[in-house]
Design a protein. Structure first.
Length: 303
């Protein structure tokens, strides 16, 4: 009996769906069916009751779930122990993340990662946070949103909280001294960028703990916050982006915070993964690393 088959069986049981398991594991449904059939043949019993609309565990399946979870947990602990002894965690971890997140973390953070884990390979897939996480196939998904991730069967851990603020060039602010509150933004050129599942033309602000929104428009709409920051520097309009993405430009005087930095809106960074009971050691290593380093990055940005 292979541990891979036990992990696959657990995924099918968790989602109560061969198709759902195939989507999460990024393999054909036919392969999932074949491995489940092989496991049932090896054990000499049915593990699932199948109908045209549902999939449920048999008594044997329930027993296997309880026992296999313990086995997989022990294997994960063994991998961790051996990996620590050898200093050698290896394998490939596929990470799906918005392009801005990748750009934000692909310099010193990744250099540090490869120094610590030379045997691990990271494969990044760029996607926009407006997608439902269930539509993305990866070991680990980083999701950025003003609220909770869309409903799904994935496990979500909140990694950090950032502030999205309004910025513009000093020249733009000088030319528009009458702009004193976010409720006026619909009268000014705005640079639209991805806002997680929030539509790009709907901007939010917080006033005395109350959330407000306004429809805006402008000369640019992009999936990249970085492009909007560059356009703001050149004086094309107002951008609404996480402070952490433009700290250097603010410090250098290329950009200024509108409204004295008030009316900021929280934006959350989530890590999502498929299994509630078994997370491979290599994925846990990556998750723990990014959780720690993102915390350090955000702390440095406010100092």
């Amino acid at each position: 009996m292979k541990t891979e088959d036990l992990a696959l069986f657990n995924t099918v049981a968790e989602f109560s769906s061969l198709t759902g398991a195939a989507r999460v594991l990024n393999i054909p449904v036919s392969k999932v069916c074949r491995h489940v059939a092989q496991l049932e043949q090896h054990l000499g019993t049915r593990l699932f009751e199948r109908t045209t609309r549902s999939l449920s565990l048999t008594d044997a399946g329930i027993e296997l779930i309880h026992r296999s979870k313990k086995i997989l947990t022990e294997i994960e602990a063994l991998e961790l122990s051996i990996g620590q002894l050898q200093g050698n965690t290896s394998g490939t971890v596929t990470i799906a993340a918005p392009l801005d997140f990748i750009n934000l973390t692909c310099n010193d953070m990744l250099n540090k990662f490869y120094q610590q884990y030379p045997g691990l390979q990271l494969k990044f897939i760029s996607y926009q946070s407006r997608l439902n996480p269930m539509e993305v196939q990866a070991d680990l998904i980083f999701f950025v949103s003003h609220s909770n991730p869309p409903d799904s069967t994935m496990v979500g851990h909140k990694l950090s909280t950032m502030k999205r603020l309004f910025i513009a060039s000093p020249e733009f602010i000088t030319k528009n001294p009458e702009l004193t509150h976010p409720k006026q933004l619909s009268n000014y050129p705005c640079l639209l960028s991805s806002k997680g599942i929030q539509p790009g033309h709907v901007w939010l602000w917080t006033d005395e703990n109350h959330s407000n929104c306004i429809n805006v428009d402008g000369p640019l709409e992009s999936e990249s916050n970085e492009l909007c920051i560059s356009a703001a520097i050149s004086g094309q309009g107002i951008a609404w982006v996480p402070r952490e993405m433009c700290n250097e430009q603010i410090k250098s005087g290329k950009l200024q915070l509108l409204f004295d930095g008030e009316y900021g809106t929280d934006v959350y960074m989530w890590s999502l993964f498929s299994s509630r009971d078994y997370l491979p050691h290599r994925v846990k290593v990556v998750l723990d690393f990014f959780k720690k380093e993102i915390g350090i990055l955000l702390q440095q940005s406010i100092e």
